[in-house]
Each structure stands twice: as structure tokens, then as C-alpha cells.
Design a protein around this ligand. Structure first.
Ligand code: MLT
Length: 263
């Protein structure tokens, strides 16, 4: 069980429950366009649910040690609270890692899977060391300023992206709590390889990736799509890591196509 209180949840529409899990270190607000449009013109194609994950947005961090399993169990508790037995689960980047942890721990509750700009492989030693450097630095400084610059430099968004979107992303990162940033970095560093779990899943899946994503590149997306038994891969041209924000129409179309395949 978890020791944090229930996270804030944004919700819209009726129909197949679709839970969208945000990237690091953004809040659930990053899913605004999906919340508005994925339910469709009559609003009854999907019940889109976008929770702030532990420590982000308005969700309390709690006092459990860093672990993506804890984040996955938070989600199971959330579904219990909403009266949802099974859901399509979608995650972008860190959200995808949590979705894979959920698939490992609660496979019977999974109706379908969207893995966007994420990967099933583990961190290299260098990536783990870098996460610990960032965790220690933000805690010591009590500020995420360094993270804003480092993340934007990683081509979160494709070169030439609308400056308004770039500004909106910077603002969302700036809102992150240093303690949550450190917690999430340490949780992500400890994640296991999930390719075997993906291979064991029988639910339909959509794998989505921005063609210019350098954080979780196309090669990783291909590996996940090949491991899954029933996956469709969508590569979004001229788009970086945050594909749902940069190309919402193409992203939403891939998600809506998956919803049609879900029983
Ligand atoms: C994210 O966007 O959630 C992060 O890039 C995930 C990561 O740091 O591996």
C-alpha cells in the first residue's frame, strides 16, 4: 500500500477507460489536448483519466522509498477509487516506465497499452550516475533550474518548435518539486528491463515515437513493438521526445486507432 493521499486526477469523456501517465518532470497538465480530443466528438469514445503522479503537479510525494513499482501501485489504488477494473494504459517516457511496471504487477487490469517516447531497456551505468548527480544537485540547491536547462538541451522538443510550446514546457518543468525530481530520478535508475514482460502481454498496443526523439529513440520503439505480440508502431515525422505535445493530432489518431482494437 502507499502512504501518499490520492493524486489529483483530470478526467473527461465516457467509454473505454484510458489512463495517461505523464513524462518526467512534467505534471498531468501535459495531457490537456488528449483530455479534450481523444474522447471524440460525442465524448463517448473514451474516458480519459490523467493523474498527477506521486510528487508532481498537486500529488503529494509521500514518504516511501523511490520505486516505479510504488508509482504503479498508486495507479492500481487510483483505479480502485474510480471504480475502474480494467483500463487502457498510456505513458510517455517516465509514464511509459510506470505503465510497464503496472503491466508487470497488475497484468489482469490492463486492456491495452500505449507506449510513447519510452523504452523497455534499463539505464546504462553512465545514465544511472547522471540521474544520481541530478538528484543530489536539485536537493542540495533546492531548485530545479539546472534541470530546465539540461532537459531542454536534450531536444525534448524538435528544433524550430513553436516558441509558445517551448515556453509552456519550460514553465511546467520549473514547477517541479526538487524532492519529487530526486525521487523520480532514483526510481527510474532502478527500473528493470521490461522486454520479457512486453512479450508476455496479449493486449493490443500502440508504440508511438517522435522521429527526432534522442532521449528514447526510434530504435527503442522498434524493440518494444517487436517484443509485443500485437503492436502498431507510429513514427511521427519532424517531432522530438514530447510527441503528444508537438504533434497532438497524429498522436491522438494513433491512440484512437488503438481504442478501436481494444476488446
Ligand atoms: C521523461 O521524459 O520522462 C524522461 O526523459 C525519462 C527518463 O529520464 O528516462
Amino acid at each position: 500500500m502507499t502512504s501518499s493521499s490520492a493524486p489529483t486526477v483530470r478526467e473527461n469523456g465516457t467509454g473505454t477507460p484510458l489512463v495517461l501517465l505523464h513524462a518526467f518532470p512534467l505534471p498531468a497538465r501535459m495531457w490537456e489536448v488528449q483530455l479534450e480530443r481523444v474522447p471524440g466528438p460525442a465524448g463517448d469514445d473514451a474516458r480519459v483519466i490523467a493523474p498527477d503522479q506521486r510528487g508532481f503537479g498537486t500529488a503529494p510525494l509521500g514518504d516511501l522509498p523511490p520505486s516505479l513499482d510504488t508509482a504503479a501501485d498508486d495507479l492500481a489504488d487510483l483505479l480502485d477509487g474510480l471504480g475502474v477494473e480494467r483500463a487502457v494504459l498510456g505513458g510517455l517516457s517516465m509514464g511509459g516506465y510506470v505503465a510497464m511496471a503496472f503491466a508487470r504487477r497488475h497484468p489482469e487490469r490492463l486492456a491495452g497499452l500505449v507506449l510513447a517516447d519510452t523504452k523497455a531497456t534499463t539505464d546504462t551505468d553512465a545514465a544511472r550516475a547522471n540521474r544520481e548527480r541530478v538528484a543530489a544537485a536539485v536537493l542540495e540547491r533546492g531548485s530545479v533550474d539546472l534541470l530546465i536547462e539540461e532537459r531542454m538541451a536534450e531536444n525534448l522538443l524538435a528544433p524550430g518548435t513553436d516558441p509558445e510550446l517551448t515556453d509552456a514546457v519550460r514553465k511546467m518543468i520549473a514547477e517541479a518539486d526538487p524532492a519529487a525530481v530526486a525521487w523520480a530520478q532514483r526510481a527510474m535508475a532502478a527500473r528493470p528491463d521490461s522486454l520479457d514482460e512486453l512479450a508476455a502481454l496479449e493486449v493490443p498496443a500502440a508504440v508511438i515515437v517522435g522521429e527526432l526523439d534522442t532521449v528514447t529513440p526510434l530504435s527503442e520503439a522498434r524493440m518494444m513493438a517487436e517484443a509485443l505480440s500485437d503492436a502498431e508502431l507510429t513514427v511521427i515525422p519532424a517531432v522530438g521526445h514530447l510527441s503528444s505535445l508537438e504533434a497532438p493530432e497524429t498522436f491522438n489518431a494513433a491512440v484512437r486507432a488503438l481504442l478501436k482494437r481494444v476488446k
